[in-house]
Design a protein around this ligand. Structure first.
Ligand code: NAD
Ligand code: UDP
Length: 317
């Protein structure tokens, strides 16, 4: 049986990844310190003998070295990191640490064990992009010291670090650049646009649009993303590849607000608030590489994905 270590397993994406790998017959070692994650996201795995959970800070060498991994470790997925702007503004240093010390710790382990290593990067490495849609060969337009840099630059550092291990040790390293993903198990209060708008619409509160709402995002449902990550991890001959995964269906945020209002059947009003500093004006993935190399594209419509997400939030409100 193959085995995988997933850091950030109690988070939104990490917990869905654990479900996917277990369903595919893998053993999963999940690591998390609950900085932004939630025990409830993995409580359904308590009695699964193929799942082992270790509470540890990935950025701490002492914590990390105490994790027992046995004689073999096929894959390491480094997903631990606060991911919503609200979270990484709240934990700026932890965000930088998990993408530096944490990246080194996980890379060292993967090198020692001969594991395939997949780093969870982000569309944020493109910053406020001047190339649209964003293709992997674009180097980005990032403010190196603004408030978002604790995330953007840290992820860029992790990419550089991962590729250095690939070049230095001929390690099988892969980098996935994840675009805005949504679905059940997101935190109601994590500040990202999907939970914010759905919670506001369900509660009858004002929908808060930052800026004039003309900025764009494209939204990928979590099961599609997880399928893409599984393929990117398990397909052969992809060493050293960097790959966008996301949904190229692009919306202006003000149009997205109206979609949520209609879908929830809410009569909430819309209010406008200041645009956060360095908020990217446009974002949409070019997914031709994923289509070509792993035969992947999103399958879930926004309508279906939102229905499942709204149902989840109704259950926890
Ligand atoms: P999340 O906050 O739900 O999950 C992150 C998890 O990492 C949490 O459970 C948190 O407790 C854990 N964590 C943080 N620091 C840790 C540390 N030092 N040691 C151990 N655990 C730690 O976020 P998410 O949306 O699931 O994102 C997961 C990964 O995917 C992140 O690396 C993020 O940058 C990346 N990503 C996500 C999106 C998205 O749209 N959700 C987009 C781009 C990239
Ligand atoms: N946004 C918004 N209202 C909110 C939350 C977010 O208008 O209540 C905007 C935000 O300014 C950004 C987009 O929605 O332009 C996506 O924000 P999110 O925090 O989800 O992710 P980002 O793509 O910025 O990391």
């Amino acid at each position: 049986m193959k085995n995988v270590m997933i850091t950030g397993v109690a988070g939104f994406i990490g917990s869905h990844l654990a479900d996917k790998f277990l369903k595919e017959g893998w053993e999963v070692i999940g690591v998390d310190n609950f900085l932004t994650g939630n025990k409830l996201n993995i409580s359904h795995l308590d009695s699964d003998s193929s799942f082992t959970f270790v509470e540890a800070d990935v950025s701490s060498k002492t914590d990390f070295q105490q994790i027992g991994v046995g004689n073999s470790l096929d894959v390491v997925l480094h997903f631990a990191c606060p991911a919503s702007p609200v979270d990484y503004y709240k934990y700026p240093l932890e965000t930088m640490q998990v993408n530096s010390y944490g990246t080194f710790n996980t890379l060292e382990l993967a090198q020692k064990m001969g594991s395939t290593y997949l780093f969870a990067s982000t569309s944020e490495v493109y910053g406020d992009p001047e190339v649209h849609p964003q293709v992997e060969s674009y180097w980005g337009n990032v403010n190196p010291h603004g408030p978002r840099s604790v995330y953007d630059e840290a992820k860029r550092f992790s990419e550089a670090c991962s590729m250095s291990y690939h070049r230095e040790y001929d390690m099988d390293v892969r980098i996935v650049r994840i675009f805005n993903t949504y679905g059940p198990r997101m935190k109601l209060d994590d500040g990202r646009v999907v939970p914010n708008f759905i919670a506001q619409a369900l509660r009858g509160e004002d929908i808060t649009i930052y800026g004039d709402g003309s900025q764009t995002r494209s939204f990928c449902y979590v099961s599609d993303l997880v399928e893409g990550i599984f393929r990117f991890t398990s397909f052969k001959n992809l060493e050293g590849e960097v790959m966008n995964l996301g949904n190229p269906d692009e919306y202006k945020i003000r149009d997205f607000a109206n979609i949520i209002l209609r879908k929830v059947g809410s009569d909430s009003m819309i209010s406008f608030e200041p645009l956060p500093e360095d908020d990217p004006r446009q974002r949409c993935p070019d997914i031709s590489k994923a289509q070509e190399l792993i035969n992947w594209q999103p399958e879930t419509s926004l309508d279906d994905g939102l229905a499942a997400t709204i149902e989840f939030f109704q259950g926890i409100l």
